[in-house]
Each structure stands twice: as structure tokens, then as C-alpha cells.
Design a protein around this ligand. Structure first.
Ligand code: SF4
Length: 675
């Protein structure tokens, strides 16, 4: 039997799925044509690993109580009532002695269904008065703020609209690994005679099929973008009429840009003057230029500035207001979400303490914190495999005075540290409604199999917790159907009069239109900034972070190599990291010149280290990376390295991006020797 579903993973594409079910077991996951953008194509990792993820030996099927040292993985099964009692006791001990802010939900973006991602859980912790997290700084928050500093909360160009472009800049976006369906669009652009430029520290697959590849030094995107702005001004090709009508702050911006030139691009970015001038030529000549930005740029000390400067090029060149001219970003703003209603924001207590998610390890280890964190609930997240400074986080989780609850679909490195582990249902086992952050198609899915074992959907887990804590307000009585209807504005005409909870499961609805017209910035969509224009100077960012215009903060390497750790073709962040294909040592790519200098050979084990820790990886000698730059895919689990640590142990948590204090994954400096 083939049934429709939707991929819930932390990926911009949010594919529609066709799931083959035999005897209540998933035997095959494939793409479906319900979502016209993803059009029956899905990535290999979901097709290959999801059935094992749902039914494999790591699947959590019963609540567990820890019976061994933290991290040992020794648990005994218990029933749900016992688990709820233990959680009530553990949280109540913390609350009675230190108040509700001593409890911290430690959640991120595991499943992207609106209900599983954040609904009844938020109501529960808001009602409790727990400390909450600002989660954006771990990933995506810098990019989001960079975008909204220029455009406000207005949707950018939906990706499929780039078929109308004759020049596409793919900047810090490894499309084949983490934005798969943009490939089809880019192929159409090139087939129609358009050009695709890839700007990336690694020679990604797309770089071998593009018209110009700029292998930029990590963290220097802002230098290239500012120098391009200055060069285009010098050539007198800026669109002054567009700037007069639609752009604010261009004078201050260009004053900053004039401080950068081709010599900086050569010296800081490691690009040639020929490459720089070729790109400037192409931008000057483009009729419709689209800029597609991935999350790679944000992971540097100048990451927010790099993103803003890259986006500013479209504004300065008048590359908005037409199909195919614009910035491919934030199409998710097009969904008629009613998140405050779904999450019960009115239950939030005034003065709720909020931590930056990247600071959690520091908070757990801070003996002066008042009130201290005494109880933690990890869900929708595998922080041990995701956060910078892994060893600091492990030290925090090892605290014996800390009560830790976890909920997940499978046993993970993080669940191994919990006192009580709850079995969460996979998204194949409950109904949910799906927006997206990389495209504009609204989808809904029903369960395709019953919950495996005693697992429960997140909504029911928190409903039961609320009941156990005596929270009897109506907000905790809502069914999943109620929650779906509270997740989106059912009165939005694009829902065609259908209640969100009744949306068809075999057809996605297009949110990429307004009053029937496609979303086009400075035409059907207006900048939603205080000035009503695209703001190249941000008063907000000036006040909060001292960077009203983009600023270059050069990295300060203290070791010979820069290690970057972008997405893997085998995992979506850390999901599927427990599959056998990911449990062996991960690869690290090194340029042949570096390998020769160090006397290292392809295929041998190397120890990559800095003062924070050491990881064992398998060397891959390739000129896909620059000399001095190492590449190792993120999302591995601890078992994959003989040291019990992953590349995250090498990543600093004290270095932060210029805006939102975002995590800086790509300014990690290491040395390498034979293992
Ligand atoms: S991970 Fe992304 S590309 Fe793969 S199936 Fe899910 S949404 Fe599609």
C-alpha cells in the first residue's frame, strides 16, 4: 500500500513523499508529485535510511530509566505512568528549591511539522514559567536577521522563480546536498543560456557544472561583496533610479564599500583579479540576477555582514521588481502561520528568562548562575552532536545534580545522558501540517503507520505532562486537529476555504502568490522595513551589534588549518547519524600540497586537534578544498571517532557571529598529524 506523507527534516525543500507500507511497517520511502516543487524527487539519504530509522534496532519503543553512569547507555524500561511520575518529581524538586526558571527545555528543530516542532510543548513550558531558549543563533538565525534587516518580514523570491534569471549567484549553498530541488531550476537557467556562479570554499558538485567557480577563503564573503559594490559604483552601473525609489542607506553603505577593492579580494578571499572582474562584468550585464544564499556564510565572525553585503548587490543593481530578479530567501514568510496562537504565547510569563542556545553549556557550568539550571528536557534536538564545544557540553550534562529528561525517536548521543528517556513517535505515526523555510507549498500529512511500540507524538507527550502537573487550562485540552487549525489562518483565501486540519494530503497548496500574483519584491511584495525600502543601513543592528553597515572582522588563526564542517550527503544535520553507514570514521578532505608537506597519504587515519579536543578521521587528499582549508561533513555521532569526540569538539563556542551572537562553525583552527 502506498500512502502520502511529507518529509519533516530540517531541510529547506520539505518534499512530498510516497510511503510503501506492508503489515504496519514502512518498506520504502520515495518522492511523490503532491508537491509540484519537489516533483517526485527526494534525496538518497531519506530514501535509504528512513525505514531503518523507524523500525531499526535504535528505535525507542518504551520509556526508559537510567541505571548506569551518564552517557553509558544503560537503561531499564518503565511504563508511561512511572516515567511521568519521575519527571514530575525531578522538575518539582528543582522548582520547589530554585523556582520554575531552574527548568530549561533544550529543544531545536528536529521535526519541522508545525505541531511536532513547537505547539503543546511551548504551552507546557510557558505555563510552568521555565527558562526558554533563543534557538536561532545555532543555525539560520543570523541569516534570518540579515535578511530582515534589509527587507523586514517580507517573503523573498520562491526558488522556482529563478528559472527567469539569466544570472544566478549560488553563494555558500551546497545545493546537491542541502537544497536539492534548486538543481533543476539551475539546469533550466543554463539550458536557456543563463549563467550560474558558485561561490564556496569547497569545490562542491555544482561547481563542476557551473559557469564560474570562486573558491573563496572561509569567512571573507563580506570582503568580496563590498568590493563588488565599490567596483560596480566605480563603473557607474548602479541603478540610481531604483536606489532613489526603493533603497535606504545606500550612501552610508557605499562609503563603507569604497574601503574594499580588488587587492583585498586577492589577499583576504584568495581569488584572482581576473575572477573578480569577470564576476563584476557578469553582474553588470545581467538582465535578471537571482542570489541564492545558503547557511555557510553565516558561520563566521563576519557572517551576518557577509550575508547582508551579498543581498545588497541586488538592491544596488536594481535587481528586484521582475520575475527572476531578487534574493532567493525567506519564502517561508509567505505561509499564513498563526504561531503565537499555536504555541500559546499568552501563557508566557512577563520577564521570562531567555538563553541564547549556543550558551547552554556555559550556563550549565556556571556556578554563579541564579537561579541555576537544575532540570533539563532535551527534545527535537541532539545537542551533543550539534553544538560547538562538545566537551564543555558533555561536562555540563555530566553534572549529577542535574535532572535530565529526553524525548526522541531513536537512542542518540544526547539521550544517553538522560535520567528518563521518552519514546517519541516518528512523523509517519501522527498527523501534522507543514509549512517550509525554503519553498512556498503548504502540505498536510496523516499517519501512515500506528505508533511503534509505546511511542507517542510530541503533542501527546506534553498533553500528558501537563495533566500530570495539574495544568487543566483549556489550552491543554486541544486535540491535534484543533492545533492544526490554530497553526495557520484558515481564512486566508489561498487555503481555498478548507480548514487547515482538513487540507488534502495528496495535493500541496501554493502560498507563493498574493491576490493571485507571484511574489516579487518591490512589485507585488513591498519591503516591510520601518522605511518601507530595502535598508542597507540598519539602525537596529547598529544599536545592538555596532554593525549598521556590513563590517569585516578578519579571523585570527592560531593553528595552521581552517576546518569547515558543512552538511553531509548521508545525514540531515545529525539525523541518520546512528545508521551503520555513518558509524565508521568520517572523512576529512585536505589539499594535496598540504598532505605532501605533512607526509600524509590518502586513506590513512589522522588526528585533527586543537586545545578543545581531538578527533580521528580518515584522510581524503583532494584539490576540492583550498590549501590550508580542511573539510569534514557535520552530524557524526561520537562512536564514529576513536577519541569519542566529533568535529564539534573542535569548534569554539566563545567566537560568535557579528549579529545575534550566532555559532561560528567555520572559523575552527586545527592541526593535523598521523593518528
Ligand atoms: S531531507 Fe530534504 S531533500 Fe531529502 S527528502 Fe527531506 S526535504 Fe527532501
Amino acid at each position: 500500500m502506498k500512502l502520502p506523507s511529507v518529509c519533516p527534516l530540517d531541510c529547506p525543500d520539505t518534499c512530498s513523499l510516497s510511503v510503501t507500507v506492508e503489515n504496519a511497517r514502512i518498506t520504502k520511502v520515495a518522492g511523490s508529485d503532491a508537491n509540484p516543487y519537489t516533483a517526485s524527487v527526494i534525496c538518497n539519504k531519506v530514501a535509504r535510511y528512513y525505514p531503518d530509522f523507524v523500525h531499526g534496532k535504535s528505535r525507542l519503543t518504551r520509556p526508559l530509566r537510567r541505571i548506569g553512569p551518564r552517557g553509558s547507555g544503560r537503561f531499564e524500561p518503565i511504563d508511561w505512568d512511572t516515567a511521568l511520575d519521575l519527571i514530575h518529581d525531578g522538575f518539582s524538586r528543582a522548582i520547589d528549591e530554585y523556582g520554575p526558571q531552574s527548568v530549561l527545555p533544550f529543544n531545536y528543530a528536529g521535526p519541522h511539522g508545525e505541531l511536532a516542532g513547537g505547539s503543546m510543548d511551548r504551552r507546557f513550558f510557558y505555563r510552568m514559567g521555565a527558562t526558554m531558549l533563543d534557538r536561532g543563533p545555532l543555525c539560520g538565525g543570523v541569516r534570518g536577521t540579515a535578511y530582515s534587516s534589509l527587507f523586514g518580514p517580507a517573503p523573498g523570491m520562491p526558488p522556482e522563480q529563478a528559472v527567469n534569471s539569466d544570472l544566478v549567484l549560488v553563494w555558500g549553498n551546497n545545493v546537491t546536498v542541502s537544497n536539492l530541488h534548486l538543481m533543476r531550476v539551475l539546469k533550466q537557467v543554463r539550458a536557456a543560456g543563463g549563467q550560474v556562479v558558485v561561490i564556496d570554499p569547497k569545490r562542491i558538485k555544482l561547481a563542476e557544472q557551473c559557469d564560474l567557480f570562486l573558491q573563496i577563503q572561509p569567512g571573507t564573503d563580506v570582503v568580496l561583496a563590498l568590493a563588488l559594490a565599490a567596483e560596480l559604483e566605480r563603473r557607474q552601473v548602479l541603478d540610481m533610479a531604483f536606489i532613489d525609489q526603493w533603497v535606504a542607506g545606500a550612501d552610508l553603505y557605499l562609503e563603507q564599500a569604497r574601503g574594499f577593492g580588488v587587492a583585498d579580494v586577492e589577499q583576504a578571499c584568495g581569488l584572482t583579479a581576473v575572477q573578480f572582474h569577470m564576476l563584476a562584468d557578469w553582474i553588470a550585464a545581467a538582465r535578471n540576477m537571482a542570489t541564492s544564499l545558503g547557511n555557510g556564510i553565516e558561520r563566521g565572525c563576519s557572517g551576518g555582514s557577509g550575508l547582508r553585503a551579498a543581498m545588497a548587490l541586488n538592491a544596488l543593481m536594481g535587481q528586484h521588481g521582475r520575475p527572476g530578479a531578487g534574493v532567493v530567501a525567506k519564502p517561508g514568510s509567505a505561509f499564513p502561520r498563526t504561531t503565537a496562537r499555536l504555541q500559546g504565547d499568552h501563557l508566557k510569563r512577563p520577564g521570562t528568562r531567555v538563553f541564547n542556545i549556543v550558551d547552554v553549556a556555559e550556563k550549565l557550568l556556571d556556578e554563579t548562575l541564579d537561579p541555576p539550571v537544575k532540570a533539563l528536557m532535551i527534545y527535537n534536538h541532539n545537542p551533543v552532536a550539534t553544538h560547538p564545544d562538545q566537551t564543555a557540553l558533555l561536562r555540563g550534562l555530566e553534572r549529577e545534580d542535574l535532572f535530565i529528561v529526553g524525548a526522541d525517536v531513536v537512542m542518540t548521543d544526547s539521550m544517553a545522558y538522560c535520567d528518563v528517556v521518552l519514546p517519541a513517535a516518528s512523523h509517519f505515526e501522527y498527523a501534522d501540517i507543514y509549512g517550509a523555510y525554503g519553498q512556498t507549498w503548504l502540505q498536510r500529512a496523516d499517519p501512515v503507520i500506528p505508533p511503534v511500540g509505546d511511542s507517542l507524538p510530541n503533542t501527546e507527550i506534553f498533553r500528558r505532562l501537563a495533566a500530570r502537573f495539574g495544568y487543566d487550562e483549556p489550552e491543554f485540552q486541544d486535540t491535534d486537529q484543533d492545533l492544526m487549525d490554530q497553526a495557520m489562518n484558515g481564512a486566508d483565501p489561498r487555503l481555498e476555504g478548507i480548514a487547515p486540519s482538513a487540507l488534502p494530503t495528496d495535493r500541496a497548496l501554493d502560498m507563493g502568490r498574493r491576490d493571485g500574483a507571484p511574489l516579487i519584491m518591490c512589485d507585488t511584495v513591498l519591503p516591510a522595513t520601518p522605511s518601507g525600502r530595502i535598508e542597507l543601513f540598519s539602525q537596529d543592528l547598529e544599536q545592538r551589534f555596532g554593525c549598521g553597515v556590513p563590517v569585516y572582522r578578519p579571523a585570527k588563526p592560531d593553528l595552521p588549518f581552517t576546518l569547515i564542517s558543512p552538511s553531509s550527503a548521508k545525514r540531515t544535520n545529525t539525523t541518520f547519524g546512528g545508521h551503520a553507514d555513518s558509524l565508521g570514521p568520517e572523512q576529512v578532505e585536505m589539499h594535496p600540497e598540504d598532505a605532501e608537506r605533512l607526509g600524509l597519504s590518502d586513506g590513512e587515519r589522522v588526528r585533527v586537534s586543537n586545545a578543545r579536543g581531538a578527533v580521528e578521521l580518515v584522510l581524503s587528499v583532494t584539490d576540492a578544498t583550498r590549501p590550508g582549508v580542511l573539510y569534514s561533513p557535520k552530524g557524526t555521532w561520537r562512536q564514529s571517532s576513536a577519541t569519542g569526540l566529533t568535529v564539534n569538539a573542535l569548534i569554539p563556542a566563545d567566537l560568535r557571529a557579528d549579529i545575534e551572537r550566532g555559532a561560528v562553525y567555520n572559523e575552527t583552527f586545527v592541526e593535523v598529524r598521523r593518528a
